[in-house]
Design a protein around this ligand. Structure first.
Ligand code: SF4
Ligand code: SF4
Length: 315
């Protein structure tokens, strides 16, 4: 049996944060680039043009100070991004010490040790062939060697023109490797840039249909609710979007910016934008049920100790 008490404690904490935000306007969530460095060079990456040496990046002590400042200001939930955050395990360690809820997005090529007992979003672009075609030969098997059967992992697949038909293959391969949950973003172009990978409205609809089809084959594995899918076809702007309006965004140099989705709201396919506020989930019982399944999966695998903590247990 998984531990309902942990789930409810987490849920109450998250809802408490959201209630306080609504009452006094204090942000509780921050999305932070903890490094600009990455060991891969994916064609769809917007970090290509601003890579720098790891040695030039802020020291772990600087990060801890920043994190403690955020905590004092009311932040309890952080999503750590990059570059490749697993290259800064010293920073992950500091975040783990400060915040109750930490999510991290990784390409999976460098294993995050098991002391990190939070959710890991593992970026995979398709089954082994597709993933290696986009990220380099042998990368898929390297990632599986690191994370096979890891209860912290939720796969994150970015669906674009080139790879969306590989969703089913990825789900099947992931299940064979003991990874049971998957969520998706749609490819989002960078604002102001002509982008050949951009999805047309028809292609966007085709991608959403494919998510629905694969979800029907693997209910409970593809964690994309109808509410989230509907968000991708609605119109957004930064004022109406929870992620743009209510979540803090910082780059490595600790500059605030508009949104981790590059604030290209018209073509945004960002999962975090689509998920929205924690309180919305209360009105969607199927999502809440999936959250319970998700948490059950992680806590079963973690034995009697405290389970994986994450806001993304809501996905
Ligand atoms: S792994 Fe992520 S950060 Fe690194 S190049 Fe690929 S998309 Fe960019
Ligand atoms: S880019 Fe996307 S996630 Fe960011 S504010 Fe706009 S709609 Fe929201």
């Amino acid at each position: 049996m998984f531990k309902f008490d942990h789930f409810f404690i987490d849920l109450v904490q998250v809802l408490g944060c959201e209630a306080r935000r609504l009452a006094v306007g204090t942000a509780h969530t921050a999305m932070i680039d903890i490094t600009d460095v990455c060991n891969l060079r994916c064609p769809h990456c917007y970090y290509f043009h601003k890579l720098r040496d790891l040695a030039q990046e802020p020291a772990a002590e600087v990060w801890e100070e920043r994190f403690r400042g955020l905590y004092r200001d009311g932040v309890r939930i952080v999503l750590l991004l990059g570059g490749e955050p697993a290259l800064r395990q010293d920073v992950l360690w500091r975040a783990d010490k400060v915040f109750p809820f930490v999510d991290v997005c990784t390409n999976g090529t460098v294993k995050i040790p098991t002391w990190f007992r939070h959710r890991i979003f593992l970026s995979l672009d398709g089954g082994p062939e597709m993933h290696d075609a986009l990220r380099g030969k042998g990368v898929f098997s390297r990632v599986m060697d690191n994370y096979r059967g890891d209860p912290r992992v939720l796969i994150h697949m970015m669906l674009g023109k080139a790879n969306y038909k590989d969703l089913e293959t990825l789900v099947r391969t992931a299940r064979e490797n003991g990874l049971r949950g998957l969520c998706c973003s749609l490819y989002s172009p960078v604002q102001g840039e002509e982008d050949p990978l951009m999805l047309s409205p028809d292609q966007r609809r085709a991608v959403l249909d494919e998510i629905r089809r694969v979800r029907s084959l693997f209910p409970g594995v593809v964690r994309m609710s109808d509410r989230v899918l509907a968000w991708y076809v609605a119109e957004h702007d930064i004022r109406s979007c929870y992620l743009g309006r209510s979540v803090l965004h910082y780059d490595v140099s600790w500059r605030k910016r508009l949104c981790a989705g590059q604030a290209n709201c018209a073509q945004c396919g960002c999962l975090s934008g689509a998920i929205g506020s924690p309180i919305q989930k209360l009105f969607h019982p199927r999502e809440a049920l999936q959250a319970l399944q998700n948490l059950g999966m992680t806590q079963l695998n973690n034995g009697p100790e405290k389970g994986v903590q994450s806001l993304s247990a809501n996905i």
